[in-house]
Design a binder for this molecule. Structure first.
Ligand code: 5GP
Ligand code: MN
Length: 343
């Protein structure tokens, strides 16, 4: 995003507008945090703003300021469409292509005639936005929103609620400030957000220490289903719909489970396969350490993508067939897997 574009956006936002903000489907802490931060900022600037999420998000994000104001396109379809029809600007946050919001909402937004502003840190963004701020080196969309406000000379608009939202997204997308994308700039921004009112201990507690008993039991099942393939430095977990039902699965309960597989010593590639009978898909999450690109792996084989070290995808065949496909592909990556993490 160059100086002229920033100037144009400043001009665009200098008079009251109707604005819609859209995160990706199944939004995570970064997507919801960024959406609510931009929402609160634009409200302060005098705009009429609506956040329209494609669908619901996990309970551990529902304490975020103004999260109750978010429309879900699938559940509040009429209101969501009205907001989109009336808007002249739509922010697309934390995703790189319209198909990431699900086909119904994708087709609706494809007819939108106003200006899209995309802020995102995923690889290979589609050419859909008039204004694109894309940077795959930045750990989170929330950090990019901070830089965006900085470019607009509006850092002084960041209050306690906005800093809480931005802190949450940076924290969740960096695995609590531990992934390689966490830089000294990230820590400086986090320090500023604490100064502006973000209550760090409370945010960590609200997101990570509010588990249900069922969720921990489901984690127990996932860990007992863990399979380790030492010779390919790979580990994977499967969860059937029956496993999910047995422990009263709630949205978000499987978030982060794949990281336990990656936490094994010597393992550099971890995958979780989760059966979703309703959607007739196997949802796949992939993680890696070092140079092995799960973005590439997910794009090539499982209709997905993401980042080099964290990506997602899906499969339309059965869980068993999906795992068999995975196991048959894996040996082709032997060299990359064995050389990914040389000390
Ligand atoms: P997760 O495994 O936590 O769902 O997603 C990991 C990362 O990959 C996130 O940045 C997410 O946005 C991205 N991602 C997840 N699923 C998909 C997918 O189906 N397609 C693409 N392109 N990216 C995905
Ligand atoms: Mn993100």
């Amino acid at each position: 995003m160059n100086v002229d574009e920033i100037k144009e956006i400043k001009e665009l936002l200098s008079t009251p507008k109707k604005v819609v903000i859209v995160p990706h489907k199944n939004p995570d802490g970064d997507a919801v945090g960024a959406s609510l931060a931009v929402y609160l900022y634009l409200l302060k600037k005098g705009h009429q703003v609506t956040v329209v999420s494609p669908n619901d998000y996990p309970d551990f994000l529902k304490w975020l300021p103004k999260s109750k104001e978010v429309y879900k396109f699938d559940m509040q379809n009429r209101q969501s469409k009205r907001a989109i029809d009336e808007a002249s600007i739509i922010f697309l946050l934390d995703f790189n292509a319209l198909h990431r919001i699900g086909s119904d909402m994708q087709h609706y937004l494809e007819q939108f005639s106003g200006d899209f502003i995309m802020i995102d840190h995923h690889q290979q963004p589609d050419d859909v936005a008039k204004y694109l701020y894309s940077d795959t080196s930045i750990c989170s969309t929330c950090q990019m929103v901070y830089h965006f406000l900085e470019k607009l000379d509006d850092l002084d608009k960041i209050d306690t609620d906005i800093s809480t939202c931005l802190y949450t997204g940076i924290m969740t997308d960096t695995g609590s400030f531990r992934f390689p994308s966490t830089t000294s700039t990230t820590h400086k921004i986090i320090a500023n957000l604490i100064d502006k009112g973000a209550d760090n201990a409370k945010i960590h507690n609200n997101v990570y220490d509010t588990n249900s008993y069922g969720r921990l039991q489901l984690l127990g099942r996932a860990l007992s289903n863990l399979v380790v393939i030492d010779k390919l430095k790979t580990a994977y977990i499967t969860l059937t719909q029956q496993d999910l039902d047995e422990f009263n699965y709630q949205k978000g309960d499987t978030e982060g489970v794949v990281n336990y597989a990656l936490s094994l010593k010597e393992i550099i590639f971890a995958v979780i396969f989760i059966e979703d009978i309703d959607q007739k898909i196997i949802k796949i999450s992939l993680r890696s350490k070092g140079k092995f690109s799960v973005n590439k792996f997910a794009r090539e084989h499982f209709d997905g993508g993401g980042h080099d070290n964290a990506a997602g995808g899906k499969s339309l065949i059965s869980l068993d067939a999906t795992v068999s496909k995975f196991l048959s592909i894996l040996p082709n990556y032997k060299n990359e897997l064995l050389s990914s993490y040389e000390e």
